[in-house]
Design a protein around this ligand. Structure first.
Ligand SMILES: NC(=O)c1ccc[n+]([C@@H]2O[C@H](COP(=O)([O-])OP(=O)(O)OC[C@H]3O[C@@H](n4cnc5c(N)ncnc54)[C@H](OP(=O)(O)O)[C@@H]3O)[C@@H](O)[C@H]2O)c1
Length: 311
């Protein structure tokens, strides 16, 4: 997928990777400004988040998996918030509207680590009044991943409702833990000892050391086979690493979520954030030019919530 570059009179700045070798390979580039096509809008980015997947892109993980084929550079980032700066024919959102959204897929030369971004209006949700764009940017990827993970898991059965969420203090895990009770699950969050208060605040039970026997495990910490081993025979497991799906065993149903844009669903999730039902946590804010430093900070660990980049 390549950006539409038919309007090259002005440019915008973006953080991109030409030769993926980790944070040092992130560089700023001036790119031709893109005009939105039918049903598309252009968003002036106010905030873009740093997610674990971005470290993988900059480190070349997805190039090595054969998922990136860009001749010049690969774009960075998945979720963001900003303000619509141009609307294409038929787009249902108007200039000036505050929005948040998600760009998925690996093989692209554009992304939210940028001043501007063009994408289908249907992938966006209007940010509720009272929710600032920095906080809103932390929501789309991980709240959608959690909601879509729960779609794979399904509603809890009449009996056997005990769900363990690994990484319950993390971005995906906290949303899974908060959303799962509405689907009938009795949630216990596996997290670090120091995260107990946060996890209980989501309405979940807490453990720092889980023993086997759970009806279902949502593996938001990507513990993989260690998490699969915690599921009872015939239970359910949903993972978060599509390129490393654990093999099914002992009659366990194994699924893996692949988060995808859904503007309508995101609207509901942002409303839940605005009402305080779901968290939106900002760990730190970096200027876009310091995306490499932001990646280094994320790689050190101990991040709670998201690091946010501001152009
Ligand atoms: N497939 C998809 O669509 C999709 C979408 C979004 C994210 N993901 C993936 O989901 C995973 C989680 O992403 P995230 O953004 O939620 O990461 P995150 O915010 O760093 O959360 C991970 C959490 O798990 C905790 N953790 C790790 N090992 C643990 C253990 N043994 N016991 C207890 N807690 C443990 C971490 O604690 P520490 O920081 O202390 O280690 C952290 O709190 C990543 O692999 C990401 O790539 C996949």
């Amino acid at each position: 997928m390549n950006a539409n570059t038919n309007s090259a009179t002005t440019t915008y700045r973006a953080a991109v990777v030409r030769s993926p070798q980790g944070p040092d390979s992130i560089e700023m580039a001036d790119l031709p400004l893109v005009e939105p096509g039918p049903g598309e809008v252009r968003v002036r980015i106010a905030a873009a988040t740093v997610n674990p997947v971005d470290l993988g892109v900059a480190g070349g993980v997805f190039h090595r998996l054969g998922l990136v084929h860009q001749p010049e550079h690969v774009g960075l980032g998945w979720d963001f918030a900003g303000t619509i700066s141009a609307a294409g024919p038929g787009a249902e959102l108007t200039v000036g509207t505050r929005v948040a959204g998600l760009v998925d897929g690996f093989d692209r030369d554009f992304g939210p680590y940028a001043e501007e971004l063009v994408l289908p209006a249907g992938n966006l949700a209007v940010v509720p009044d009272g929710l600032d764009l920095t906080a809103a940017a932390t929501v789309p990827l991980n709240a959608l991943a959690a909601a879509q993970l729960l779609d794979l898991l399904g509603d809890a059965p009449g009996e056997g409702r005990r769900l363990l969420v690994t990484g319950a203090a993390g971005a995906v895990g906290s949303y899974v833990a908060a959303l799962a009770p509405a689907r009938g699950w009795e949630v216990t969050g596996l997290a670090r000892v120091e995260d107990e208060t946060f996890v209980r605040g989501l309405g979940a039970e807490f453990t720092a050391q889980a023993t086997p026997g759970w009806d279902a495990v949502a593996d938001a910490a990507a513990l993989q086979n260690k998490a699969l081993a915690l599921v009872r025979d015939g239970g359910a497991f949903v993972g978060v690493q599509p390129s490393a799906r654990p093999a099914a065993e002992r009659g366990i149903r194994v699924d893996v979520v692949v988060a995808h844009p859904d503007g309508t669903r995101l609207s509901g999730l942002l409303a839940d954030v605005a009402s305080g039902r779901l968290p939106a946590r900002v760990h730190a804010v970096f200027p876009l030019e310091q995306a490499g430093d932001a990646h280094r900070a994320m790689a050190k660990g101990g991040v709670r919530g998201r690091i946010v980049l501001k152009p």
